[in-house]
Design a protein around this ligand. Structure first.
Ligand SMILES: NC(=O)c1ccc[n+]([C@@H]2O[C@H](COP(=O)([O-])OP(=O)(O)OC[C@H]3O[C@@H](n4cnc5c(N)ncnc54)[C@H](OP(=O)(O)O)[C@@H]3O)[C@@H](O)[C@H]2O)c1
Length: 251
């Protein structure tokens, strides 16, 4: 991949699922990858050692992405070791409540909105100075198809991710002149993630039946779309959204 070698990529929430698959793929494409996580020290270290075992470079950094001070200190640590971050993949999945609106309190709905946007603002503000200085940057946010197509009980997640998607478009407009692109990857249901682990088999089979490509996504499918947005090949794309859902819904 043109120009990727040595670039520094930060993947938030990279100890599991989509983030871990993305960290592996970006490292395989020659980037030095920061594996951010919150609780799972062992899992994050396993992602790093897996990358290093195949000749890649990675470091694990614990930071709660909802806390600006923790994010700043993570960025300073990376800056000291490797220099400025060129690629931000904001993927961390902040927990949320699944229930109908009728039973939901403002604290539950507003809490998810606040966490989602607070984290996006903190990580984005922290990486912008280096990207601006470099005159080159790639920002990729993980959204969800549920921000467009409602599913029972998912109002907190869907509403928060819809805000994130519009935030991304505003940033794309503002940051384009600095050589920074901003795009969103919106997966459908993804296997081998904690979310998928809570779905029962019957529910999963219904989702597969509704998917033209005949299976659910794997984390690696999502990582491929992220890696494209992180590369030179997507140079003239900003403010766009890639759906990775096997055709489960189309827009
Ligand atoms: N799974 C799906 O079906 C699906 C579908 C559509 C969209 N998505 C989106 O894809 C993204 C990744 O989802 P996933 O299912 O792969 O997640 P996951 O397997 O549950 O992993 C979540 C990751 O986020 C980290 N994390 C959680 N809170 C954090 C915080 N405050 N600060 C830093 N890291 C934090 C976790 O770290 P620790 O383990 O260390 O706590 C973990 O590495 C999310 O944005 C999600 O909304 C997922």
């Amino acid at each position: 991949m043109a120009g990727a070698t040595g670039r520094v990529a930060l993947v938030t929430g990279a100890s599991h699922g989509i983030g871990a698959a993305t960290a592996h793929l970006l490292a395989a494409r020659g980037m030095r990858v920061v594996v951010n996580y919150l609780h799972s020290d062992t899992a994050a270290e396993e992602v790093v050692s897996g990358i290093e075992a195949t000749g890649g470079r990675a470091m694990a950094v614990r930071a709660d992405v909802r806390e600006a001070a923790a994010v700043e200190s993570m960025i300073e640590q990376v800056q000291a070791a490797w220099g400025g971050i060129s690629v931000l993949v904001h993927n961390a999945l902040i927990p949320y409540v699944i229930k109908p609106f009728q039973d939901m309190t403002w604290e539950e709905l507003g809490g998810k909105l606040d966490d989602e946007m607070r984290a996006a603002v903190a990580v984005t503000k922290a990486v912008l100075p280096a990207m601006t200085e470099q005159g080159w940057g790639r920002i990729i946010y993980l959204g969800t198809g549920l921000s467009r197509r409602p599913r029972e009980g998912m109002i907190a997640l869907g509403t928060a991710k819809a805000a994130l998607a519009q935030f991304a478009r505003y940033l794309a407009q503002e940051l384009g002149p600095r050589g920074i692109t901003v795009n969103v990857v919106e997966p459908g249901p993804v296997e081998d993630t904690r979310m998928a682990d809570v779905l029962d088999e019957e529910h999963k089979q219904r989702q597969v039946a509704a998917t033209p490509l005949g299976r659910l996504a794997h984390p690696g499918d999502v990582a491929q779309a992220v890696a494209f947005y992180a590369s030179e090949e997507s140079a003239f794309m900003t403010g766009t959204t890639a759906a990775v859902n096997g055709g489960m819904f189309m827009y």
